[in-house]
Design a protein around this ligand. Structure first.
Ligand code: SF4
Ligand code: SF4
Length: 591
């Protein structure tokens, strides 16, 4: 691109950098728009500002597109008036562009999924932000946060001593809450299964989420640690468009996990942190990741499914709804896991509409919370979200994103909604069934005590000392069965597929497996036959619980001994207990 004597230095740099950033994906989106307008009403800014065309996605996109057309597309050079090609010359024009790309779009990608031509405005809007940032044109808040993340290592400028002090404080809170001095938040432990990384907002404004996560890890018996440095899994490069920052921040965290020899990086509930670390970070950092990465939403769900923690959903009985973070849901496809978890730990879940990929932004996305000059505009557009929330009738809105927590809290206050915001980690910790602590006689080492057979007192509940695996693909059914059996003293592990039923039977050696006949993965018939033929599982009793009695033949057709019990759904607590006791008594009298 040739230099122009009338063009400012910054404008010149922006246009030059545009050419360097033109990937196939961005160029494709820049040429594909046919101005059909089908994306228009997908944007919350448009819906909140009827009659103002400057908020329309295609209008905003054209401000960037015209530069591409003028300088990098042949149509713009030959027919500039026809394809509306244009350029920038002054710093004032760059400031105007800043107002659009930072102040009129949260990069939520709702318009992107509604475009029949596959135009992803959010992707090239982010790129345009990066062009401006590269010449120092950005909202002040973006500059401050980026500087903190570059220089201090986290985007809220939390100092190392404050971070470590907060972890210590939360450890002490937990020890006193649980009356157990062994509960700690391990720091810089090597060779753990999990390295846990968080959003700095948790240290600064919401340390209870750290304590709640620690409580869950503790009761799951997890081997875990938090790093003393490079612990921030958020990445402001996603919002500012600065790819160098994006790559450097992701790399720091990856290298820390390797240094600690962690097997898995688990990220607390943060949409943009998850997207930038799990989904986009490896490419930005040009890094081959030698460990697994997982959102804590999946970790918590896994613990419940595997029976590593037990929950009592009755502890969370207020009506709740769920807000999909744009980054977790629309950009990373995490739709069902949070809902499954929510249904396991709350009694009154109400879906918000529209939801999942079509959900509306909390209006705090794209770093909007750090750009105070656009607050009135942001809150005006938040009427769309406020109406969505109000229509659910819920008292609590749950979200797996710290950014959304702030965005939603702000709009709830502004529109005076009778509602609170919380996260899944808080609900899971609140529903956690804390096992009673067993007194170890003085002088007996803990590991020896752990090996001793459990003595069941005469007054113990009917199923005390029994271990049962409950296998069913319906989470509600599993929770109900598990709760009934636990109420009668059994230790219960939960399986949701045939494979999980088999794995848990092998690893937990239960006295009884309750087996649904219609589950995903391995069929119940296969699981049953494998159990019967596995010498290590000899003596395991099986009670088939099914709503489809006609499927019993899939078990009977196999040349192995039949199950010890059958129970047809719907099951009552009384029938369940009678059947389970009958099946287990077989082992007492040796039949
Ligand atoms: S971005 Fe897509 S939906 Fe929007 S005007 Fe262009 S072609 Fe139509
Ligand atoms: S990305 Fe979101 S905020 Fe931006 S124009 Fe599209 S719908 Fe509107």
């Amino acid at each position: 691109m040739s230099a122009d004597r009338n063009r400012s230095f910054k404008a010149q740099k922006v246009l030059q950098r545009l050419g360097e950033k033109l990937s196939r994906q961005i160029a494709g989106s820049l040429v594909a728009c046919v101005h059909c307008g089908m994306c228009t009403n997908s944007c919350h800014y448009v819906l909140a500002n009827p009659g103002d065309p400057t908020y329309a996605p295609a209008y905003k996109a054209d401000k960037i597109r015209k530069l591409f057309k003028r300088h990098y597309d042949w149509t713009g050079r030959v027919f500039p008036w026809w394809v509306k090609a244009g350029s920038v010359f002054s710093d004032e024009e760059l400031e105007e562009l800043k107002d659009t790309v930072f102040g009129k779009c949260t990069n939520c990608r709702r318009c992107s999924i509604n475009c029949p031509m596959g135009v992803d405005l959010a992707t090239f809007n982010r790129m345009a932000r990066g062009l401006l940032v590269s010449v120092g044109i950005m909202p002040e808040g973006v500059a401050v946060v980026s500087k903190d993340q570059w220089e201090i290592g986290n985007q809220m400028g939390v100092l190392k001593e404050d971070y470590l002090e907060t972890l210590q404080w939360m450890s002490e809170e937990l020890q006193s809450e649980l009356d157990d001095p062994s509960v700690t938040i391990p720091v810089d432990k090597t060779d753990c299964e999990i390295v846990y990384s968080i959003n700095p907002r948790e240290v600064k404004y919401d340390p209870r989420t750290i304590a709640d996560a620690a409580k869950i890890f503790h009761f799951a018996g997890e081997s875990w640690t938090m790093p003393s440095e490079c612990w921030d899994m958020t990445n402001f490069g996603l919002f500012s468009g600065d790819d160098d920052l994006g790559g450097a921040v992701a790399r720091r965290l990856y290298e820390k996990v390797i240094e600690l020899r962690g097997k898995k990086l688990v990220m607390s509930e943060c949409g943009h942190g998850y997207r930038s670390t799990r989904c986009e970070g490896p490419n930005r950092a040009r890094f081959d990741i030698p460990f697994d990465m997982e959102s804590s939403v999946l970790t918590m769900l896994r613990y419940i499914r595997e029976g590593r923690i037990r929950v009592d959903k009755r502890q969370n009985s207020e009506p709740v709804t769920f807000h999909d973070s744009c980054n977790n849901a629309r950009s990373c496809g995490m739709f069902e896991e949070p809902r499954e978890l929510l249904k396991l730990v709350t009694t009154d879940f109400r879906e918000m509409h529209p939801n999942r990929a079509e959900n509306f932004c909390c209006t705090g996305g794209g770093g909007a919370m750090s750009m105070s000059e656009y607050t009135p505009r942001r809150l005006k557009s938040a009427i769309v979200k406020a109406n969505q929330l109000k229509a659910t009738g819920a008292k609590v809105v749950v979200t797996s994103c710290h950014n959304c927590v702030d965005g939603l809290t702000d709009l709830i206050r502004h529109y005076k909604l009778d509602m609170q915001v919380t996260q899944l980690v808080n609900l899971v910790a609140n529903a956690l069934v804390v096992p009673a602590r067993v007194a170890v006689p003085v002088g007996v080492p803990a590991e020896v005590a752990a090996e001793r057979p459990v003595e069941v007192p005469a007054t113990a509940p009917a199923l005390a000392g029994r271990t049962i695996v409950v296998a069913d693909d319906e989470p509600d059914q599993v929770t109900w069965l598990a709760t009934c059996l636990e109420d009668h003293g059994a230790r219960v592990y939960q399986a949701f597929t045939g494979d999980e039923a088999l794995d848990l039977s092998r690893s937990r050696r239960p006295d009884l497996l309750t087996l649904d006949l219609a589950m995903p993965g391995k069929s119940a018939g296969e699981v049953f036959e494998m159990i019967r033929k596995d010498p290590a599982l000899e003596g395991l009793k099986v009670c088939v619980i099914t709503g489809r009695p006609e499927l019993r033949k899939t078990i009977h057709a196999r040349s192995v001994s039949p199950p010890e019990g059958y129970l047809d759904k719907p099951v009552t607590e009384e029938r369940l207990l009678r059947s389970v006791r009958m099946v287990l008594e077989l082992s007492h009298d040796g039949r």
